[in-house]
Design a protein around this ligand. Structure first.
Ligand SMILES: [Zn+2]
Length: 160
């Protein structure tokens, strides 16, 4: 049987505020004086991954599954969000296999380059992929959005 190819895309941003840890793909960025203002832990990369997975199978978005208005989700670990989304994907498409993830993270400071392997490993581990299947592009906003962290994620799945 010819496999069905499906693409998903997710985008997430948060404002950076003092006194919050900065998490990217489940990895804490050391030495960051600021982190995301968010109801959950504000991990932009995992939020974009979760939305990309949902978008891939037309399952809605994480705002629908984890409404920010629900106090039970305060401080939520975004790895839990990704795990819950994966469960929904498996229920919808039991034959789905993820192929690769391509992510762009935009952050002016600190530089994320030194964390590339850690972040790829962390995201790959959550998704059952190999680290070389997680492409990470780190960009700055060129000073246009210094108080902002953003992630955009595209992923490919096949359904056999
Ligand atoms: Zn978010």
């Amino acid at each position: 049987m010819t496999p069905e190819y499906r693409v998903g895309h997710g985008l997430d941003s948060h404002r950076l505020v003092p006194g919050r840890p900065l998490l990217i793909g489940g990895v804490t960025v050391p030495g960051s004086p600021r982190g995301p203002e968010a109801h959950s832990d504000g991990d932009v990369l995992l939020h974009a991954v979760a939305d990309a997975l949902l978008s891939c199978f037309a399952l809605g978005d994480i705002g629908k599954i984890f409404p920010p208005s629900d106090p039970a989700h305060a401080g939520l670990d975004s790895r839990v969000i990704v795990a819950a989304v994966l469960q929904r994907v498996r229920a919808r498409a039991p034959g789905a296999v993820l192929v690769n993830v391509a992510a762009v993270v935009t952050l002016d400071a600190p530089k994320l380059g030194p964390l590339r392997e850690n972040v790829a490993q962390s995201v790959a581990g959550l998704l059952g992929l190999a680290p070389e299947d997680v492409g990470l592009t780190f960009k700055t906003s060129e000073g246009l959005a210094p108080d902002h962290v953003q992630a955009s994620v595209t992923l490919l799945a096949i359904v056999v």
